[in-house]
Design a protein around this ligand. Sequence first.
Ligand code: J2J
Length: 539
Amino acid sequence: MIPLRQAWPEDVARRYREKGYWTGETFSGFLRRKAVERPDAEAIIDRERRWTYAELLARAEAAAAGFLRAGLRPGDRVVVQLPNIAEFFAAVFGLFRAGMVPLYALPAHRITEIAHFARTSEAVGYVIAERHDGFDYCQQARALRAEVPAVRHVVVASGDAEEFILLATEQHGEAVLPPDATPSDVAFIQISGGSTGLSKLISRTHDDYLYSCRASNEICGVTENSVFLVALPAAHNFPMSSPGHIGALHAGAKVVLSPSPSPDVAFPLIEREKVTITGLVPPLALLWMQAAPGRGEDLSSLDVLLVGGAKFAEEAARRVRPVLGCQLQQVFGMAEGLVNYTRQDDPEEIIVSTQGRPISPDDEVLVLDDGGNPVPEGQPGHLLTRGPYTIRNYHNDDAANARSFTEDGFYRTGDIVRRLPGGYLEVRGRAGDHINRAGEKISAEEVENHLLAHPGVFDAAIVSIPDPYLGERSCAFVIAQGEKTRAAVLKHWMRQRGIAEFKVPDQIVFVEAFATTAAGKISRKELRARLRDQFLQQR
Ligand code: J2J
């Protein structure tokens, strides 16, 4: 098995420890501490189920013992694909306790993506719910076992386990659990949005991630009295760490799981549980603002709304306080590390017009021109960063690492930003070719490859089109060949290939040919840019 590793240079790591960023805490360690400090405080609320910290710990330990009994071993990687249900927490804290490494997949991912995650992480386990949103994950598990036989253990965390193993919920006798993980070791794997090709694996250590969560708690005012609503998918890095459910649990707060982010589901939960803080992507923030005035629920407990994942329009940002009656904090983060927040005591203009400033005084930020030279303050440029919770490499991907990291360890975010006085950043766009569809990142290249695999497609280019609601939507330009095909057929074909629905192009436009220059073919990047311009001009 190729080891999972994040290698900060020794002197840098020492500095982060000396400064108190890396405290030597682990995920299991902090949960155990909370269960001692606040055993009867509520930790997880899932519909009518309410788990205290003591219960959460007991369930995690039972799950850990169950994973070991099933034959999984410390160090094993396990793809976890669960919706917003309490078992998500039993399963992942169980894996942490057993020294195993969860890889967080979204419920929307389908077989092609799950197989890619399992292969690239060398996973031997897969944790699912039997069904969710009408989708049969047991069927997907069978497909995964056929495609990646190394995945020997399928654990069903909720519903009927069918031929698979049910997640253990009770301790059987005296379980012998392994010693706690090493804080500088990799705790879990997130997946990158990725602008080129398939998702890359982002491994994060206990030390670095817990620092970002603790510091986020401070910035967002999360304490043991807070009630955090998980409205977005729990597996996504934003609702996990900014400050997220991990931040909330670390503070001893209450985590309320919303099965859906829609106002119909989330508003009654806010009223019932007196939710104080939550995070949304911009389209959902718009939806909440549209819905709130006409509805009866009392949202007055809500103190803070975090909005991030994609650019939040200034006009919308201005309406958050008047309409929802809470404080807005913009958050510009990434699963690779760096997270920026507007602060609660920032002037209104900063809060509505910037995406905040970094968490840590030791987040190093560079804004560079195309030639790699720093641009003056206020000028747009490429954002590069390194710091106490930003990764130094993707797992086992030399080509991506050469592209995405400088020799001295800076991560090239691919974002174009302006740095303003006080270190605030304004996101202006991005250099890479991905589509940010309502906060979901879609790699143009990945989707093009799916289209190109269809016999009726000669060539395809995916571009992002501005969309008033989604921020961006995807449009595929396709040159057909052979028998004439239709947009609906291509979309159906993509779904059948087993990819997340959000990657299926919103629109497909058939064209006769793509532009070339006098010198011949132009780059994919330039081609996508031209197609986008032509499309926008024609409207
Ligand atoms: C513009 N673009 C943004 C913002 C992210 C907190 C918040 C978000 C994420 C996330 C996260 C943006 N305005 N406010 O992990 O902890 C775009 C940028 C960035 C990419 C990262 C967190 N907030 N973005 O969205 O890994 O392009 O993380 O590089 O999914 O989202 O995407 P992701």
